[in-house]
Ligand binder design. Structure first.
Ligand SMILES: Nc1ncnc2c1ncn2[C@@H]1O[C@H](COP(=O)(O)OP(=O)(O)OP(=O)(O)O)[C@@H](O)[C@H]1O
Length: 321
């Protein structure tokens, strides 16, 4: 078996009651597909962090069963388990007295990798998260910006090529601009590494932007809906989900709905400089281009080819489908 290939995570009737009586998770069953990014989203205190920390056994469940691929999570040694799981938290928790290089190399060192291999892997990962190793590897955490520290946290979590990455509000301590940039970079990174990722946030916009699938939870870890972002926004399962995703869910839906390739209106004799949008863009991109121009339509382009045009009515019709 390939120890680093992405695997699914399965929860079956999982429950957590803390000492003192709080039932953080009443009974949760959920399957998170291999190689996908699943977001757990829900109001404060609904049990998101508890669920995440049961997966790497920082918290022991009170009942139910969990699997990482074919391995039952509670049946394997927790230390060995955690070596297969990267974990990124808010404010990262980098070791302050260690350089970036040593922070990133922590787990490979624990695993007894040869020095040369650790150095190579560290440089590769810093590159991957957008930090030039020559410039940053010998710095200490306090010599970095908040966003750079988060990147080091992600590099450290990926160091030993874990099968799963657990991320608990990893980007919430940085300002919105840096946060947007980290989200974009992170999406690019996931295209490359294709890990099974569980990502906790209370921010619906972040969930919609990053998630292949979103699990909306209410108090007691109750699963209200589990669906891809477009489905969640277009068809919220109940009023809790509808209210949680917000009254502007139609606007959010624009950003996660692709421009249709079929059924576009034929090109009129386009004046030069007519607004255009790439075919792999979203309806939001199309609407933005429409609002910039005054033609009342926008050309959908695939490279140099014009596939047809979209009007505001078409955008509306696609959303209503
Ligand atoms: N160690 C603990 N002992 C007792 N109760 C706890 C403990 N940790 C969490 N809880 C309680 O369990 C419930 C779920 O907490 P949890 O941290 O999982 O929620 P969350 O959805 O991650 O919240 P937030 O978005 O605010 O981080 C809360 O009611 C919380 O007070």
């Amino acid at each position: 078996m390939n120890r680093t290939a992405a695997v699914s995570i399965r929860l079956d009737g999982v429950r957590k009651q803390y000492d003192g009586g709080t039932v953080a998770v009443r009974e949760l069953s959920l399957e998170l597909p291999a190689g996908e990014l699943t977001v757990l989203v829900g109001p404060s205190g609904c049990g998101k962090s508890t669920i995440l920390r049961m997966v790497n056994r920082l918290i022991e469940p009170s009942g139910g069963r969990m699997w990482l691929g074919d391995d039952e999570i509670t049946a394997v040694d927790p230390i060995a388990l955690r070596r297969r799981i990267g974990y990124v938290i808010q404010n990262v928790g980098l070791f302050p007295h260690q350089t970036v290089r040593d922070n990133v190399g922590t787990v490979p060192k624990l695993l007894g990798w040869p020095k040369g291999q650790i150095a190579e892997r560290t440089a590769e990962l810093l590159d991957l998260v957008g930090l030039d190793p020559a410039r940053y590897a010998d710095r200490y955490p306090h010599e970095l910006s908040g966003g750079q520290r988060q990147r080091v946290g992600v590099a450290r979590a990926l160091a030993a090529d874990p099968v799963v990455l657990l991320m608990d509000e990893p980007f919430s301590a940085v300002d919105p601009i840096v946060r947007g940039r980290l989200q974009d970079e992170f999406l690019r990174l996931q295209q490359t590494v294709r890990k099974t990722i569980v990502f906790v946030t209370h921010d619906v916009d972040e969930a919609v932007r990053l998630g292949d699938r979103i699990a909306v939870l209410s108090e007691g870890g109750k699963l209200e809906q589990f669906a891809p972002p477009a489905e969640l926004l277009a068809k919220p399962a109940n009023t809790f989900v509808a209210e949680f995703v917000g009254a502007d869910r139609g606007i959010k839906l624009l950003a996660v709905t692709p421009i249709p390739r079929e059924g576009l209106r034929p090109m009129p004799d386009a004046p030069d400089g007519a607004p255009s949008v790439p075919a792999d863009g979203s309806l939001r991109d199309a609407l933005a281009a429409l609002l910039e121009g005054d033609t009342g339509w926008v050309v959908v382009r695939d490279g140099a080819d014009a596939l047809g045009i979209l009007t505001p009515e078409d955008v509306y019709a696609v959303l209503r489908r």
